[in-house]
Design a protein around this ligand. Structure first.
Ligand SMILES: Nc1ncnc2c1ncn2[C@@H]1O[C@H](COP(=O)(O)OP(=O)(O)OP(=O)(O)O)[C@@H](O)[C@H]1O
Ligand SMILES: [Mg+2]
Length: 246
């Protein structure tokens, strides 16, 4: 569903991604872990062209939008990257729009979906994330966890083939993370393809098919969660996992 080969990215003199390759099969749930600054967000942002790569090849659903660092034209990039939906740490809802409008607006403006149909889809998705009763509220009237579930509904409304999550619960108080994680678990059960950057090792262990540990912009280790967490092979991963226990 997503294939990235040999991705390199620098910001000035700082090389952040140093030859990352991954292949994500349809329906697979990947957790990306690693310490702060290891390049997790940058990598995710390259996958949907929020960030450009210096070198490498990325394909989504069989369509390549950058090949050996050479990009297609803007329209083709946009069309291909629209197969991904992204959820950020900081929700990014439209503050002046109701919850319902937050979920209908992108469908109507970007996907040209007729209003009635957009509303129907939005209501179904708000129900799915447990927020039907909030459709007329504004983002400022919601808790962080509720806002994040609206952000997930909004991304799903665009019918993405792949969902990218960048630490969706790290801005939330601990008691609010559960609702967001259980929404994500439901999506995994429905076999949505997901790449999740997370600090929630419990979630990674329970839901991910594969965990990828990034260190210094490289894949240091990857494998099934149980193997990786119980039997880390590298000093880097051992150190990272023990730092989480402190
Ligand atoms: N737009 C940018 N310009 C310059 N440097 C950047 C930019 N974005 C990220 N960086 C740098 O790239 C490195 C990797 O950042 P990135 O955000 O990918 O890390 P991360 O693994 O997501 O960390 P965290 O767990 O803290 O979110 C960091 O050193 C960061 O300062
Ligand atoms: Mg990050």
């Amino acid at each position: 569903m997503i294939k990235a080969e040999n991705i390199y990215k620098s910001f000035g003199k700082l090389s952040v991604l140093n030859g990352i390759s991954i292949e994500v099969r349809p329906g697979e749930v990947i957790a990306i872990i690693g310490r702060s600054g290891s390049g997790k967000s940058t990598f995710l942002r390259c996958l949907n062209h929020l960030e450009t790569v210096d070198k490498g090849t990325i394909s989504i659903d069989g369509e390549t939008f950058v090949s050996n660092g050479k990009y297609l034209g803007d329209n083709d990039i946009r069309r291909i990257c629209m197969k991904t939906g992204m959820v950020f740490q900081s929700f990014n809802l439209f503050p002046h729009m109701t919850i319902l409008k937050n979920v209908t607006e992108p469908q109507e403006t970007v996907n040209k979906i007729p209003h009635e149909e957009a509303v129907k889809t939005a209501r179904e998705l708000l129900k799915k994330v447990g927020l039907s009763e909030k459709e007329n509220a504004y983002p400022s009237q919601l808790s962080g966890g509720q806002k994040q579930r609206v952000a997930i509904a909004r991304a799903l409304a665009m019918k993405p083939e792949v969902m990218l999550f960048d630490e969706p619960t790290s801005a939330l108080d601990p008691e609010l993370t559960g609702g967001v994680l259980s929404t994500m678990k439901d999506l995994a059960k429905e076999h949505l393809t997901m790449i999740v950057v997370t600090h929630e090792m419990g979630f990674a262990r329970e839901v991910a098919d594969r965990v990828i540990f990034l260190s210094d912009g490289k894949i240091c280790e990857q494998g099934k969660p149980a193997e990786l967490f119980e039997n880390p092979q590298t000093e880097e991963l051992k150190t990272f996992l023990s730092s989480l226990l402190k």
